[in-house]
Ligand binder design. Structure first.
Ligand code: F0G
Length: 457
């Protein structure tokens, strides 16, 4: 067929600059080898996250001028409610300042002391909010998720059998909810199949446990279902999205991902009016009056418009295609990655690339630092550094995988930028066996990855 380029042209540009190598080396040493501590002007291509970093469309920007900043009953809130009803078929919408805002409102209504939250894999903040609510977060991903070199179409799936055993062992009343992360960020932006969502719903119903979605990257997940799942090739993204959401009771959603907004989040509740009323009350002191939830009217407008744009097939072809482009190039260069590539990022298998660096010297971080020195590219470690210590015992945990995540912001970088990343990674590959690990010179007690400092071992 016709070769397709980006389904947009560029109307505004933001200059970026590669500072000289010597300055990069100085900069990263000065901040104790923590990539979070760099200033953005020290970074050339920023693949730290795809969250809030997307480029809005001209229609979204135009929508900002139509922000209705009324404290109560904003017109933009009504638009948000309408789009949530149209796309997801959920009756109730409560905005939040971002995904974790939605989590802090909703989770304590469903989870309490001594209970468990089950997920394919919790994102850090969902785990934190499950645990702040007094419950324990357990991950029940399948073995496929950790076999990075081996193809599986749905590495994000929840291990339904394992979850059922766990429920039987602990007792139904001990399970607060099951939350499906779609796509599964921590496993590599890996999709969850509709079959798996359906089976999880059946499981949840058997034991009368609510099923939630962590829907930050719902459209990317739907795209993979269309591409890979039997029977969905001819369905529209919109139809697939609706079916995905039909199996859950409620969702939390970070609008900084698949709403292509720079800030925002949502709680959606399908039809449970009681739960909605409780969430609405809780929203007031935490996030804001329930028709704005910590957002300006203009932010809600950008989200409402972004949600319609993100489900367009041309957009998703481009989006997932670009992430795959980087993944394919890295694989061709012999760089081990989570394969097949996920929706929002390429995850480099640092454990495989630098097997001589032990997990407690953070191979993902070491590769990330080296990539920054080589090419001014900033990724993020997803491994033992991120996992932290056991909150009860203080013991250092070991992550199932040591990864370097290269997250691609939506509609921001061109393939040329990604070629810079590939070239940089090739130079890192050539010296991977000589890289040293890192050890703490400062380790904060919680969320250590954000502010820790290191020195080479
Ligand atoms: N759920 C998932 C799956 C996420 O990836 C994130 C954020 C959140 C919830 C929380 O949303 O940031 O709006 O409060 N992920 C970002 C990332 C930070 O870089 O992966 P938030």
């Amino acid at each position: 067929g016709d070769f397709k380029a980006e389904p947009f042209k560029i109307k505004a540009v933001e200059p970026i600059q590669l500072i000289p190598r010597r300055e990069r080396e100085e900069a990263i040493q000065k901040v104790g080898y923590n990539l979070f501590s760099l200033n953005s002007d020290q970074v050339y291509i920023d693949l730290l996250t795809d969250s809030g970093t997307g480029a809005m469309s001209d229609r979204q920007w135009a929508g900002l001028m139509q922000g209705d900043e009324s404290y109560a009953g904003s017109d933009n809130y009504q638009k948000l409610v309408a789009v949530v009803q149209e796309l997801f078929d959920y009756e109730y919408t409560i905005p939040a300042h971002q995904g974790r805002g939605a989590e802090q409102v909703l989770f304590p209504l469903l989870a309490g002391k001594g209970q468990y939250g089950i997920s394919n894999m919790h994102f850090d903040t969902t785990k934190a909010h499950v645990e702040l609510a007094g419950a324990k977060a357990v991950d029940m991903f399948t073995e496929n998720a950790v076999e990075t070199g081996k193809y599986h179409p749905f590495k994000g799936n929840l291990d339904v059998e394992k979850a059922e055993e766990f429920i039987q062992e602990k007792g139904t009343e001990k399970i607060a909810f099951i939350i499906m992360t779609i796509t599964c960020n921590s496993a590599g932006g890996q999709p969850v199949s509709l079959e798996n969502i359906k089976n999880t719903k059946l499981l949840a119903d058997r034991y009368d446990i609510p099923l939630l979605l962590d829907a930050a990257r719902f459209a990317e997940n739907a795209y993979f279902i269309k591409q890979r799942e039997e029977g969905y090739q001819d369905k529209t993204i919109k139809t697939i999205v609706k079916e995905m959401f039909s199996y859950a009771e409620a969702f939390t959603l970070s609008a900084k991902k698949d709403a292509i907004a720079n800030i925002g989040g949502l709680i959606g509740i399908k039809d449970d009016e009681k739960l909605y009323k409780r969430a609405r009350s809780r929203s007031v002191p935490l996030e804001g009056f329930p028709t704005y939830g910590g957002l300006a009217g203009r932010d809600m407008e950008a989200i409402a418009r972004g949600l319609r744009e993100v489900i367009q097939l041309e957009y998703l072809d481009y989006r997932i295609g670009q992430v795959k482009y980087l993944g394919d190039n890295l694989r061709e260069a012999g760089i081990p990655i989570q394969y097949p590539v996920g929706g929002h990022a390429v995850f480099v298998d640092a454990g495989k690339m630098a097997p001589h660096i032990p997990h407690n010297q953070f191979p993902g971080q070491a590769l990330g630092v080296e990539l920054y020195k080589e090419a001014g590219v900033r990724g993020v470690e997803v491994g033992t550094l991120l996992l932290g210590r056991d909150p009860d015992t203080g013991e250092n945990l070991q992550a199932p995988l040591e990864l370097l995540r290269l997250a691609i912001p939506r509609r921001v970088y061109t393939d040329n930028h990604l070629d810079v990343v590939t070239e940089g990674m090739k130079r890192v590959r050539d010296k991977a066996d000589q890289l040293s690990g890192l050890k703490f010179t400062y380790e904060p007690e919680v969320l250590r990855h954000f502010t820790a400092k290191f020195e080479p071992v």
